[in-house]
Design a protein around this ligand. Sequence first.
Ligand code: MG
Length: 259
Amino acid sequence: MVTIKSDQEVELMREAGLILAKVHKELEGIVRPGISTLDIDKACEKIIRGYNCIPSFKGYGGFPASACVSVNEEVVHGIPCKDRILQEGDIVSIDTGVIWKGWQSDAARTHAVGKISGEHQDLIDRTRESFFRGIKAAVAGNHVNDIGRAVEDYISQFGYGIVEDLVGHGIGQEMHEDPEVPNFTCARRGIRLRKNMTIAVEPMINMGTYAVEELDNGWTFVSTDRKYSAHYENTILIREGEPEVLSLLPEEKKLYGVL
Ligand code: MG
């Protein structure tokens, strides 16, 4: 079901988003060679609980951790593990969410671990940029699949693969609400976007093929060619004009030129 939030509910989602932006900023500071993906998860849970929030991922569908931590060829849903030690040159995606006063926010960032190759830095930067291109189309009166078309229009020039098996989603009191928000061009337009809808837009971009497969752990998706993959996500608020990005810090919004 697609839910339209009241202004009061939007205010709570704004608060949740700001907390999540702070969580990600703190996590960015601990990413370095030598730490494990479980170290990141433990820090994430501690930070989230420090803000009196509930880590929404923990136990969701049986997921064992507060963050999905996906390294290199892992696209999403990496399970934190004490034996997975980050190495110089890796890229790591951290996807996590909070519940604040019953309202959810969901966001992901991909970080370089130490010094990485130029091509992998480009992948991270272009994946983030594709989010900002996509949300330019996320305006009341447009259709939800206009977002994916804008992502694809930008990404196609690089020869990357846009993941199709996983998509963005509506968000509110539930982490995953309708509508689905694809990151690629669809034959159908999807539903019409309306003011005070809140959605999570989350391009997942692969260096090589768009194709992904699930590992035997029943969670983690990897690119089938094992080339690196990046993920960038924010929870946004649909408005009459350009959307408001709820899960970025004020200084990040200024940097990226968004509301
Ligand atoms: Mg999400």
